[in-house]
Design a protein around this ligand. Structure first.
Ligand code: C2E
Ligand code: CA
Ligand code: CA
Ligand code: CA
Length: 279
């Protein structure tokens, strides 16, 4: 199956019944999930190749359904977008991530937590930055400890509002990463007008990087471009040591992937941090 490599089981397959019925069930289930806190942030480490340590975690939403078990975001995020519930989900995960970032700080770790934000939220201009500011104050988290990830496809049509939203975030001191870089089929011209901090190379370029020459050429070019623009580069989906070795040799700054760790609940991040001798 397509998702066999993932850490979640996919439920609610559309072919199981009429799609409309499935959506209805979903909508009320999702509302309940938000109310009853069934949505949980799992954390996947970002490993810095020169410092040789974990420098941050990405928060990834998991729906722990009381009867159906864990549902993958690949299933419920697109539906939540359709049902206009994505903002609430993103807000819930962000609140959890900021709160959890404080428990890392209290344990003595200085880490960046990153959260995924749906493009539609950015279309509303600096509203997001205002909410982020309130949240950071509430938990007394320094803005440098928070990062926002936006998929490249959002930046393809870089409207003034999106630009405004990103500038407002960076104005607070929060950093911005472009997610799934290379999959947007976009012209690179948006990079000229946009202030971002990190480029995340999509895992489709990393998967076969030790064998496929074209992937190697693309990854090299992205690293060179990022370097000359003063951006940091992270490679996603690193599953094996050879991929890690290649990326290190090419000067990639950070990696993320099963090779370091799968996404885990907060409690399991502490043994990981100890394992990588982070303090
Ligand atoms: P993404 O932001 O590109 O996240 C990376 C995905 O790749 C995650 O899938 C992660 O578990 C998976 N992954 C990490 N390392 C490896 C690896 O070495 N090999 C492979 N094969 N996969 C790896 P996940 O957690 O299922 O999330 C899927 C997507 O759902 C995310 O892609 C993101 O776009 C979206 N998502 C997750 N949480 C949220 C959220 O809170 N809000 C929004 N708006 N979107 C979210
Ligand atoms: Ca992401
Ligand atoms: Ca990605
Ligand atoms: Ca993705």
């Amino acid at each position: 199956a397509k998702d066999s490599g993932k850490d979640c089981i996919v439920f609610y397959q559309p072919e199981m019944s009429d799609l409309a019925t499935v959506r209805l069930t979903y909508e009320s289930d999702l509302r309940r999930a938000l109310r009853e806190r069934q949505l949980q942030a799992y954390y996947q480490p970002k490993f810095d190749l020169s410092q040789q340590k974990i420098v941050g975690f990405e928060a990834l939403a998991r729906w722990i359904h009381p009867e159906k078990g864990m549902i993958s975001p690949g299933v419920f995020i697109p539906l939540a977008e359709e049902l206009n519930m994505i903002d609430q989900i993103d807000a819930a995960i962000m609140a959890q991530a900021v709160k959890d970032a404080m428990s890392w700080r209290q344990a003595g770790y200085d880490l960046v937590v990153s959260v995924n934000v749906s493009g539609r939220e950015l279309e509303r201009g600096d509203e997001l930055a205002q909410r982020v500011e309130v949240l950071l104050e509430q938990y007394a988290l320094p803005p440098q400890n928070l990062q926002i990830e936006i998929t490249e496809s959002v930046l393809m049509e870089l409207t003034e509002r999106v630009q405004q939203a990103l500038n407002a975030l960076r104005g607070l001191g929060v950093s911005v990463a472009i997610d799934d870089f290379g999959t947007g089929y976009s012209s690179l011209s948006y990079l000229k007008n946009l202030s971002v901090d990190v480029i995340k190379i999509d895992q489709s370029f990393v998967r076969e990087i030790t064998r496929v020459r074209e992937d190697q050429v693309i990854v090299r070019a992205v690293i060179a471009m990022a370097e000359s623009m003063g951006l940091s580069v992270l490679a996603e989906g690193v599953e094996a040591e050879e991929q890690c070795r290649f990326l290190r040799k090419e000067g990639c700054h950070q990696i993320q992937g099963y090779w370091i760790s799968r996404p885990t609940p907060l409690e399991e991040t502490f043994p990981l941090l100890r394992e990588y001798d982070n303090l």
